[in-house]
Design a protein around this ligand. Structure first.
Ligand code: PEP
Ligand code: MN
Length: 392
């Protein structure tokens, strides 16, 4: 993960970027909603009419769709831009679409699209971001930058900087989660500490949560939006479709205008009336980061114990003793050296390493004890033997 807290280059970023809001609105949060893709003129207008009755700032619809695999619906293309124009004329909503090439930019500008956004696959590619940025030289239009699909804070920041260097000043960032190979409840895991760090580096940038692409499913959209509010995000981007199950892309995560009204209506938005909201928000953000680090630490410890068990298996086969004093000394020495380097006290490091080592020994002892292994195989015991169990 990219925690760049003390890098001098950060100070350069913070002091020099004068990023302005994409809108001047008194509403908090900023609300962006609309279908994943523009499919037909009727579907676009039906969604917009449903949303126009609600507090929405910006209507979204993808015209050019970057799809993970070929033969998926890749967007209606330029004709969709005229549908977005109709949305604005009919409902008064501002409109936004995704651009990935200079040609997209040129066409979107020709159709007077109000705001552009750069998608997650595009912001992962500096050549593409540069192409878009070059096409925007001399143009004053707000641009929203989604995080790249991979959890690389510098790449996200780099995309913002490329636009900034082209003269774009109204820039927002959109957190849409990160690709993850493995099991999670999310389509794209949120890793909240990354957008929080972006906001710390770029304090004036508006930070928007795309709960639809983080979740990939409807049932956790509301709790994810709430988490973004608790973390003091500036806005939400949510995919809305008149008949979500029939959507041509991202059907599982889209909701009806009615469900959207419900979701927004139930959000608890932080009130500005508490003692010092900025301070409270900061504490909240730091606590979330601490919770996430704790979770990572526990997962890593569990992984370490699995490795210790593998070693236990080898030792059992070769009839070798568990405690290898020389190895333990090496682990301890290395740990103390590293701890010192990171400003952690010797007493803390010693206690920590001893506890971890003891737990590793317990895990090894479990796999080396034939009797316990047999019992585990017979389903009499699950997992390792903990001290409380042994004292029974
Ligand atoms: C989208 O907004 O529909 C989209 C394609 O999102 P992302 O770039 O976040 O995958
Ligand atoms: Mn989508």
């Amino acid at each position: 993960m990219n925690i760049l807290l003390f890098h001098p280059w950060n100070r350069f970023v913070m002091q020099n970027m004068d990023i302005q809001p994409i809108f001047n609105t008194t509403r908090h949060p900023i609300l962006i909603a609309g279908p994943c893709s523009a499919e037909t003129e009727e579907q676009v207008l039906a969604t917009a009419r449903g949303l126009a009755l609600q507090p929405v700032d910006l209507f979204r619809a993808g015209i050019w769709k970057p799809r993970t695999r070929p033969d998926s619906f890749e967007g209606v293309g330029e004709v969709g831009l005229s549908w977005l124009r109709r949305v604005r004329e009919e409902t008064g909503l501002k409109v936004t679409t995704e651009v990935a090439t200079a040609d997209h930019v040129e066409k979107a500008l020709a159709h007077e699209i109000d705001v552009l956004w750069i998608g997650a696959r595009t912001s992962a590619n500096p050549f593409s971001v540069q192409e878009v940025a070059d096409a925007l030289v001399g143009v004053d239009i707000p641009v929203m930058v989604k995080n790249p699909i991979n959890p690389d804070l510098k790449l996200w920041l780099g995309a913002v900087e490329r636009l900034y260097k082209s003269g774009i000043r109204r820039i927002a960032i959109i957190h849409r989660g990160f690709s993850y190979y493995g099991e999670t409840q999310y389509r794209n895991t949120p890793r909240w500490q990354i957008p929080i760090e972006m906001k710390r580096l770029l304090p004036s940038v508006q930070l928007i949560c795309d709960n639809s692409h983080i979740c990939g499913r409807r049932d956790i959209l509301a709790e994810t939006a709430q988490k973004a509010m608790d973390l003091n995000f500036d806005g939400l981007m949510t995919e809305v479709h008149p008949v979500p199950d029939t959507a041509w892309s991202d059907a599982m995560q889209q909701i009806t205008p009615e469900a959207y009204r419900h979701l927004i209506g139930n959000l608890v938005v932080r009130k500005a009336s508490s003692d010092d909201p900025e301070f409270l928000a900061m504490i909240e953000q730091l606590r979330y980061q601490i919770d996430e680090i704790d979770e990572d630490m526990i997962q890593l410890l569990a992984k370490r114990m699995k490795l210790a068990e593998e070693i236990g298996n080898f030792k059992r086969e070769k009839q070798i003793a568990i405690l290898q004093t020389q190895r333990w000394n090496e682990v301890l020495e290395k740990g103390l050296r590293l701890g010192k380097q990171y400003g952690l006290s010797k007493a803390f490091m010693t206690a920590l390493l001893k506890t971890i080592h003891q737990e590793s020994i317990n895990h090894q002892a479990f796999v080396m004890n034939e009797q316990l292994v047999r019992e585990a195989e017979n389903g009499l015991r699950r997992g390792v033997v903990f001290e409380e169990e042994e004292s029974d």
